[in-house]
Design a protein around this ligand. Sequence first.
Ligand SMILES: [Zn+2]
Length: 299
Amino acid sequence: MRVVYSEKYVTMDLEGHVFPNTKYKLILEELEKLGVVDEVLPPIEISPQDLEIVHEREYIDDFVNLRRTFRTLRSEMPLNKSIVEGFILMAGGTLQASYVALEDGFGYHIGGGFHHAYEDHAEGFCYVNDIAFAIKKLKLEGKIKRAAVIDCDLHQGNGTAHIFRNDPDVFTFSIHEDPIYPWPKEKSDWDIGLPALTGDEEYMRRLREAVPKIYDDFKPEFVIYQAGADPYRKDILGDLMLSIEGLKERDEIVLGEAHKRGIPVAITLGGGYAPNLQDTVKIHVNTALVANELLKNLA
Ligand SMILES: [Zn+2]
């Protein structure tokens, strides 16, 4: 399968922040070792101005000029030149993965999923909402009309929900742990807020209720999947209790139900803060393997 990646994701200097951006390189290496990578595509090059289809000019201006204002300071990440370049590049990466998805069925971005970024400010570990950028760009180019976001990160996709709150052609779905950040939550088109300690069985039951119904009722022509690794039971930021096998089953539901209906899916990675980085890598690699298996069935 074709994947999207840039070395610049890993050379971003996060100044010791908990976000493990080295995971991106390890995921690529593991996928190459497993022989599932046919081609590694670079992100589409985009300019800060291009981001104005999602973000307000004043916010982008503060961000690219490294100004610490109320717009940028709500991010818990540091702010430096490599981070500005890396986050803008990752929006181009999710766009590239979206083009691949429209051609191949699935596009896997070894990056992206920064769902806490709002139109006018940064939040969480997110500066640029790559998910909203890719969807808006495809709509403007006339490639799609209706899209859905299936957000399975531990945390609610609050920025994405807010950006599309008045857009009847974009359905936002988020399944997340309820009693943690962000607080208060935004209103997605469909939210499933789970109590702490929810495990595989209950999670899959709720996901199986929602995903096929969204695909059948809303009929998206395109889906972006935020496949966060942080609902994992050992994750340090949350208390959902999913196993590595459970997270793979989650991927099979989201991707398999789309595949059955011929809906293309761009995959973004989102969070993942397991004490052992290899667990986070394995969870993300499994998502690619599920997509790759489904593509083989198509061929
Ligand atoms: Zn998260």
